[in-house]
Design a protein around this ligand. Structure first.
Ligand code: SF4
Length: 82
């Protein structure tokens, strides 16, 4: 599969030049899920999680986001592609 994830969040650890996401996997979830679950609950656990419905794009978030320079960049075990 030739998949590209485009992202404009340039303060994220996984953001790369050209508005690309270079995480090896990401998880999109509802805002409620993203704001209440710990950092380690992320894409690497996706198969174990229940779907989180949303009615609009405004109610979704990238759970994999982590700030550049954060000490939590390895908490979710997502890999940054080189
Ligand atoms: S992990 Fe999410 S917020 Fe970060 S660059 Fe990728 S898509 Fe954007």
């Amino acid at each position: 599969m030739n998949q590209h994830i485009h992202c404009l969040i340039n303060t994220c650890h996984y953001y790369a030049e050209g508005n690309k996401c270079v995480a090896n996997e990401i998880m999109v979830a509802s805002d409620e899920f993203g704001s209440t679950r710990q950092d380690h609950i992320d894409a690497t656990m996706a198969k174990q999680l229940s779907p989180t419905p949303a009615d609009t794009c405004m109610a979704t978030c990238c759970k994999t986001f982590v700030s550049k320079g954060s000490n939590q960049t390895t908490a979710d075990r997502v890999q940054k592609l080189s």
